[in-house]
Design a protein around this ligand. Sequence first.
Ligand code: DGY
Length: 322
Amino acid sequence: MKKRVLVTEQFPSSIIQFLEQEVEVEYWGKPDQMPRELLLKKAVNIHGLITGKDQIDQALIEASPKLEVVSNVSVGYDNFDVEAIKNAKLLATHTPYVLDETVADLIFGLIMATSRRITELDQYVKQGKWKFSLDKTLFGTDVHHKKLGIIGMGRIGEKVARRARLGFEMEVAYFNRHRKQNVEKDLNIRYEEMDALLESSDFILLLTPLTKETYHLIGADCFHKMKKTAFFINAGRGPVVDEKALVEALRQNEIAGAGLDVFEQEPTDPNNPLLQMKNVVTLPHTASATMETRNQMKWFAAKNMLQGLKGEKPDALIKELQ
Ligand code: DGY
């Protein structure tokens, strides 16, 4: 008998058909998240779950006695309860590598959009406000030859650093749990302690994954340390930042602006004060969302699933869970 896999992310039919050659597939197929109650009900009879946002926790694991593999269509896996998955000895996979360049591109979009006020000026033109020459109150800030400080130097950080060094001739520093001396040498960037990086960078890019240790890592004390002219970019996970402290820092002009792909709560509340601020560029967690890359991530997640269910070692087992 074929094993059963539940897919709660939206997938192209070609990948569903690929899965169906080996397993029985239950495909949710809706743009909304599958309601938790329904997920718990469906989980009773599945061997594999391909997901992106569902919480894989003790309750889900208990509801799913046959579950063998959970495959996340994402490189981050903060929706996985690592301890519960370890205890249940499930295989857990994710989709690293394939999104690095795409996410780095978008991050540069946020850097450019905030400093050169691209979204704000787009509205200015579209609202018919462009009369003669641009008033200097609408001028932006240069990116080239400025200093970029990256907090969390993984593969995506490296791709951003490469763009910054080679394309924009920026000075780049990073803070990370472990030093990466090969990357320092390769890209001519340097390691800095967090405070020094916060105090001296023109652009501060947060890429740290969300864990118990990184929750609210960036709070009021960090914003106090940043330059008044600095732009803060978050393309990691929302809850790594104390969003109330960010709002306050922007209200008090402690920083010049922010570019946010992620929020403490997603989708963010339409009344979030950040959405009213002209110097804040907001995106709906879209860093990896190109057609090409999202398709690659889905193929990767499907292959991980089949490898796991066939008793092979999946290409992208989550290291922490191996
Ligand atoms: C990831 O893969 O973790 C990204 O945040 C998804 O866009």
